[in-house]
Design a protein around this ligand. Structure first.
Ligand SMILES: *Cc1c(COP(=O)(O)O)cnc(C)c1O
Length: 229
C-alpha cells in the first residue's frame, strides 16, 4: 500500500511541477509519519523515501534509533520548550518556531551542543484562533531576534492553511506566505539560505507546489488515515 501511495504522490508532484514550470528537485517530499509505527516508516524507506516528519519529540526519540542512519527527520509540530533538548542536533529542520522564548531555548541547546540548528518560522497565515504560529505582523521581529542568535539559522517560513475540502481555498494563503518570504529575504544575513517554503499537506500539496512550496508535508496520502491518539 505504501509503495503504491508513494508512487501516486510522486506522480502528482511531478504533474504539479510540470504545470508550474518547476524542476522536480525544487520540491522535497516530507513523509509525515506521526502516530505510525517504525515498520511503516521502514517500508517507505525501502521505497527510497528518506525524509520524514514528526510532531512529537517522543516519537522521534523512539523511532530514530531503529531506522537507518541516513534517514532525515524534520520536526513539524507544536514544540514545547522542555522538549527542545530532545530535538536540537537530532532533526535536520525544526519547522515550527513561533516565539522568541522558543528560539532562545533552541539557541541555548544548540550552543551547548556546539552546532547551528536549522529552523523555519511558523506563520499563523490566516490569523486563526485555533492555530499555532506567530501572527504575520510579528514575524519580522521574530526573524530579527533569530538572526541575532549565532546557533540558529532561519531557512524560511512554514504555514498550515485553514482546513477546507477544496485545495483552491488554500491558494491565497500559500501565495501570501511566498510573498512574505520574498519581502523578508533582504533582511537576513544569508538571503540565498532563506529560501524554504514549507506548505501543503495531503489535501492541498499540488496547490502549494504551484504557489512555490519547497517542502510539502504529506501524511495521510502516503500512510493512510491516522487513529486518534
Ligand atoms: C499531520 C500534519 C501534516 C500531514 O497532514 P496530512 O493531511 O495527513 O497530509 C502536515 N503538516 C503538519 C504540521 C501536520 O501536523
Amino acid at each position: 500500500m505504501i509503495r503504491e501511495n508513494l508512487k501516486e504522490v510522486e506522480e502528482r508532484i511531478l504533474a504539479a511541477c510540470r504545470r508550474s514550470g518547476r524542476p522536480r528537485e525544487s520540491v522535497k517530499l516530507i513523509a509525515v509519519s506521526k502516530t505510525k509505527p517504525a515498520g511503516m516508516i521502514r517500508e517507505a524507506y525501502d521505497c527510497g523515501q528518506r525524509l520524514f516528519g514528526e510532531n512529537h519529540a517522543q516519537e522521534i526519540v523512539e523511532k530514530k534509533p531503529v531506522l537507518p542512519a541516513d534517514t532525515v527527520w524534520h520536526f513539524i509540530g507544536n514544540l514545547q520548550k522542555n522538549k527542545v533538548k530532545y530535538l536540537v542536533g537530532q532533526v535536520a529542520l525544526i519547522h515550527s518556531v513561533n516565539s522568541e522564548s522558543l528560539a532562545a531555548e533552541i539557541e541555548k541547546r544548540a550552543q551547548k551542543a556546539g552546532i547551528v540548528q536549522d529552523i523555519l518560522l511558523e506563520v499563523n497565515i490566516a490569523s486563526e484562533e485555533s492555530k499555532q504560529g506567530a501572527a504575520p505582523d510579528e514575524i519580522r521581529a521574530l526573524l530579527r531576534f533569530c538572526e541575532a542568535q549565532p546557533h540558529i539559522r532561519v531557512c524560511g517560513l512554514m504555514a498550515v492553511a485553514p482546513f477546507s475540502d477544496d485545495p483552491e481555498d488554500s491558494r491565497p494563503f500559500f501565495s501570501d506566505l511566498r510573498r512574505m518570504l520574498y519581502e523578508l529575504k533582504h533582511e537576513v544575513q544569508e538571503p540565498e539560505r532563506f529560501c524554504e517554503l514549507s506548505m501543503g499537506m495531503s489535501g492541498d500539496f499540488e496547490t502549494a507546489i504551484e504557489e512555490g512550496a519547497t517542502l510539502i508535508r504529506v501524511g495521510t496520502a502516503i500512510f493512510g488515515s491516522r487513529m486518534p491518539i
